[in-house]
Design a protein around this ligand. Structure first.
Ligand code: DX5
Ligand code: ZN
Length: 222
């Protein structure tokens, strides 16, 4: 079944805990925590203190998406704050293999994210190590952007490679995911959907989350 991860970026920050609880009640699987540093992306969001404050009050699996330069400097603080999965960008990680090992050595799941223009080849030698690959379907930095259709063949290619090599990492997509684009990415092979504006700005997030979860996934080996 598809996992759904609402992106905290689209929450009303004046009522952050209420907003996160609203997602938990609506059936979300993960909370997608978007961390931006004003350098890797032109926006600033939150640090480990905010995650720590939320962690003890909700049960959601904490999925931390680091859109920061020098992600290696922030692994420990986010792990201690309650991250269960930490995803770093390949574009910000010249020593990618080392960063992945550092995440796993802390007992955390490890993910790597690729911007829309970054080729899959950059993951060739680390795929075996990963719990998750995040394919960005917008350029990171802001919620509410338009889905980039050109990433769909990249999702399909990654799903084929995963099956060919018998690997088990999850394929997450992030950016512009809504009721029109979700079926397209799931058909291509995505199994974790991040959605910010589509879920938070929805009067009935339960219905949308459940519709996402029930999207038909492609059969293996076809
Ligand atoms: C973009 C973030 C996303 C964003 C998604 O830089 O990584 O998680 O919040 O928002 P929507 O779903 O509105 O495109
Ligand atoms: Zn994100």
């Amino acid at each position: 079944m598809i996992l759904v991860a609402p992106s905290i970026l689209s929450a009303d920050f004046a009522f952050l805990l209420d907003e996160v609880k609203r997602m938990e009640k609506a059936g979300a699987d993960w909370l997608h925590v978007d961390v931006m540093d004003g350098h890797f992306v032109p926006n600033i969001t939150m640090g480990p203190l905010v995650l720590h404050a939320l962690k003890s009050k909700v049960e959601l699996f904490m999925d931390v998406h680091l859109m920061v330069e020098r992600p290696q400097d922030f692994l420990l603080p986010f792990n201690e704050a309650g991250a269960q999965l930490i995803t770093v960008h390949v574009e910000a990680s010249p020593h990618l293999h080392r960063v992945i090992q550092s995440i796993k050595n802390m007992g955390c799941q490890a993910g790597v994210a690729l911007n829309p223009a970054t080729p899959l080849g950059s993951l060739q030698y680390v795929l075996e190590e990963l719990d998750l690959v995040l394919l960005m379907t917008v350029n990171p930095g802001f919620g509410g952007q338009r889905f980039i259709q050109a990433v769909v063949p990249k999702i399909r290619e990654l799903a084929r490679e995963k099956e060919r090599r018998g690997l088990t990492f999850k394929i997450q997509v992030d950016g512009g995911i809504n009721k029109e684009t979700a079926p397209i990415v799931v058909e291509a092979g995505a199994d974790v959907l991040v959605a910010g504006s589509a879920i938070f700005n929805n009067r009935e997030p339960n219905a949308l989350i459940h519709a996402f979860k029930l999207l038909p996934q492609p059969e293996k080996g076809v």
